[in-house]
Write a protein that binds this ligand. Structure first.
Ligand SMILES: C[S@@+](CC[C@H](N)C(=O)[O-])C[C@H]1O[C@@H](n2cnc3c(N)ncnc32)[C@H](O)[C@@H]1O
Length: 205
């Protein structure tokens, strides 16, 4: 089924390198599946990275989701870690638009999705474990476009990324798993995480 729209309401002032990789991935996957991806609520000075602007499924939007969908609010589903019920394939009939918080994951979660919950959109949960934003969009797509129930999606929780014999880091999130058991992550993300980890070590020295 095509024609769904995925909106990430960008809640941070700037666009950090992690978010940039996540958004490029969401745009590419939207392009591949014939759906649309909006990044909304962008500050006027926000500079859209060229790699993102080049993907036809992607739209950068200054307006917020409330304004964009003022007259169709009931067709918008907020993916909310505190939603009362879990997303199901039948929700494809209930909603046209799926809304996500444009925030990096944090551990423990600070519930910044509450900023969108306060706007009154109907919420659905994607199970009890925090996902990265691109994973949350991927899982939503598998449920509403692929009709796969949440419980049948293969996940890996809190994977350990091993950089070499001595260095590794545990990611405190749930990811979709590939056939060879690896977490699906945006292209370039493992390298970025390693670079940040090295920077952290350098700062301590
Ligand atoms: C990285 S998460 C941020 C969660 C976060 N710590 C917070 O402050 O709410 C980014 C977005 O992905 C979606 N998301 C992540 N895990 C989810 C889950 N288990 N159920 C529903 N939505 C989820 C939500 O839309 C959330 O705003």
């Amino acid at each position: 089924m095509a024609g769904k729209t995925y909106i990430v309401e960008h809640l941070d002032e700037e666009l950090g390198p992690w978010s940039e990789l996540e958004y490029i991935t969401i745009a590419r996957e939207s392009q591949e599946t014939g759906s649309k991806f909006f990044l909304s609520s962008l500050h006027p000075q926000f500079k859209v990275p060229d790699a993102l602007a080049a993907i036809p499924s992607f739209t950068a939007e200054r307006r917020g989701v409330e304004e964009l969908y003022a007259d169709k609010k009931s067709r918008v589903c907020l993916l909310d870690p505190q939603g009362k019920s879990d997303l199901a394939p039948e929700d494809a009939d209930n909603f046209d638009v799926f809304l996500f918080g444009g925030i990096l994951g944090d551990d423990p979660p600070r519930d910044r999705t509450s900023e969108l919950r306060a706007k009154g959109f109907e919420g659905r949960r994607l199970g009890p474990v925090q996902m990265t934003t691109d994973t949350a969009v991927r899982v939503t797509r598998l449920v509403v476009e692929g009709k796969t129930p949440l419980k049948d999606i293969p996940y890996v929780d809190f994977p350990e990324l091993k950089f070499n014999e001595y260095e590794s880091t545990e990611m405190p999130f749930r990811y979709v798993k590939t056939e060879d058991g690896k977490p699906i992550m945006p292209e370039g993300m493992v390298e970025l995480i390693k670079k940040d980890a090295d920077k952290g070590i350098d700062d301590m020295l």
